[in-house]
Write a protein that binds this ligand. Structure first.
Ligand SMILES: [Zn+2]
Length: 80
């Protein structure tokens, strides 16, 4: 398994926090346009979008070869 150094991990967490702080990333990318978009607390890490819990369930159903959905809280801990 490929690891990252503590310094790299720190930089990646800072980058993730910056992205999560952007107003348009606080709303689900899939629900946008369908009325009130849900709060994005998940991310599809291979497609690079922030999504809500409901849409994350749909993404997970598609399979990891299509979308790798994970909670942003667990993304913060992920070492990849
Ligand atoms: Zn959604």
């Amino acid at each position: 398994m490929k690891g990252v150094t503590m310094e790299e991990n720190k930089q990646q967490l800072a980058a993730l926090k910056k992205l999560l702080d952007l107003p348009h990333n606080k709303q689900c990318a899939d629900c946008v346009g369908g009325g009130g978009a849900a709060r994005a607390s998940w991310a599809s890490i291979n497609t690079g979008v922030f999504i809500c819990m409901r849409c994350a369930g749909i993404h997970r159903g598609l399979g990891v070869h299509v979308s790798k959905a994970c909670a942003t809280k667990s993304c913060k801990k992920r070492k990849e």
